[in-house]
Design a protein. Structure first.
Length: 57
């Protein structure tokens, strides 16, 4: 999917994948599927700037 679908089963899958993703220190995940949140365009820009300013990417 191109955006998260809020369902209990999907939330459980996200928690499982997020736990595994944290083991990959050399890989940085970002975006609506990485955060498992729906973002509007203004939120996307704000999030991207925050990530850039913190030097996460």
């Amino acid at each position: 999917p191109y955006y998260p679908i809020p369902k209990e089963e999907n939330n459980k899958l996200f928690e499982k994948y997020n736990k595994e993703a944290k083991k990959l220190s050399a890989v940085k995940f970002c975006g609506r599927l990485a955060d498992y949140k729906y973002y509007n365009m203004d939120q996307v820009v704000a999030r991207a700037l925050t990530i850039f300013e913190k030097g996460l990417i």
